[in-house]
Ligand binder design. Structure first.
Ligand SMILES: Nc1ncnc2c1ncn2[C@@H]1O[C@H](COP(=O)(O)OP(=O)(O)OP(=O)(O)O)[C@@H](O)[C@H]1O
Ligand SMILES: [Mg+2]
Length: 284
């Protein structure tokens, strides 16, 4: 299949919408007919619990990391949803972070896994979810990725944290890349996330856009994810939000519209890959 697209959701801030974004984009790629591997690189396993697991593998993230990025089928669980597998997060404490800190190749370990023959032969896209903090796992995920999406809630604290936390972390990592290009992190896209109808949110979103206009380290996506209960309800039902919140609807913008817009903005070449088409063709 060649090298899969590696897509990671990062933010040094917690609770901004990372896992929701990883689960929904992952499911949409799969519904487009792509073979998807989710990687739960958060030691608090939220993505691992999002979708129903059909067949749990004996190993997970711990083995992938501790084997130095030598990812094998015994680390990959199968989900009930078609076209989707997952490396579950299976570490109970910060052992992995501490172990990584002792390894000289720590920043490269997940990238090595992404380049392994098994992943290259099996998957079109890998979606990595990370923990909302600074750490070695986040660093190795950011380095493994081609594309980094960072949700920012339109609040002043969240906007500040993006610059002082997420961007600063990536800048530190990329200073290393001056010596070794393999350590360069993926391209960073900021996603304004959890937008409500208040003027305050609108002003902060405008401010985020104007602050980063022309900044070559980040692009603020045009797509905005509104605050909507459907995302939370869908997580409870273990479904992607676009399955329960889609046209026809009285809502101006459904999760179905938003998530398509997000994927199309990031991957314009997927514009013809409507999943209605995929499901129709698979029924033939
Ligand atoms: N668009 C949305 N509108 C309203 N609520 C949302 C939306 N997206 C996610 N949520 C809810 O917000 C909460 C936090 O979302 P999520 O778990 O995706 O964030 P996170 O960044 O992964 O958090 P953590 O740092 O704890 O891993 C969850 O309860 C989720 O269901
Ligand atoms: Mg999360």
């Amino acid at each position: 299949m060649g090298q899969p697209i590696v897509f990671a959701v990062v933010s040094t801030k917690g609770g901004v919408g990372k896992t929701t974004t990883a689960a929904n984009t992952g499911a949409m790629f799969a519904d487009f007919g792509m073979k998807v591997l989710l990687v739960d690189a958060d030691i608090q396993p939220a993505l691992s619990k999002y979708f129903k697991i059909a067949e749990r593998a004996p190993e997970g993230l711990t083995a992938v990391i501790m084997r130095g990025g030598n990812i094998q089928p015994d680390c990959i669980s199968r989900l009930e949803r078609p076209n989707m597998d997952i490396v579950v997060s299976d570490t109970v404490d910060d052992t992995l972070q501490a172990w990584l800190a002792t390894r000289e190749d720590r920043q490269f370990i997940l990238k090595r896994a992404m380049r392994s023959p098994y992943v290259r032969e099996t998957y079109d896209v890998v979606v990595i979810d990370t923990q909302g903090a600074v750490g070695q796992l986040q660093a190795t995920a950011a380095t493994a990725a081609d594309i980094l999406v960072s949700p920012i809630n339109p609040t002043i604290l969240s906007a500040r944290e993006f610059a002082s936390g997420t961007m600063a972390m990536l800048e530190r990592l990329n200073r290393m890349a001056d010596f070794n290009a393999d350590l360069r992190t993926g391209d960073l896209y900021a996603l304004i996330y959890g937008m409500d109808r208040t003027n305050d949110s609108k002003n902060i979103a405008d401010r985020i856009r104007s602050d980063f206009r022309g900044n070559h380290k980040v692009r603020v996506l045009e797509t905005v994810v509104p605050s909507a209960v459907s995302y939370r309800m869908a997580a409870t039902m273990q479904l992607p939000a676009y399955e329960i919140d889609r046209p026809p609807s009285d809502k101006e913008v459904t999760a179905y519209d938003t998530l398509h817009e997000l994927i199309w903005e990031l991957f314009p070449n997927l514009k013809d890959a409507h999943f209605e088409d995929v499901s129709v063709s698979s029924e033939e």
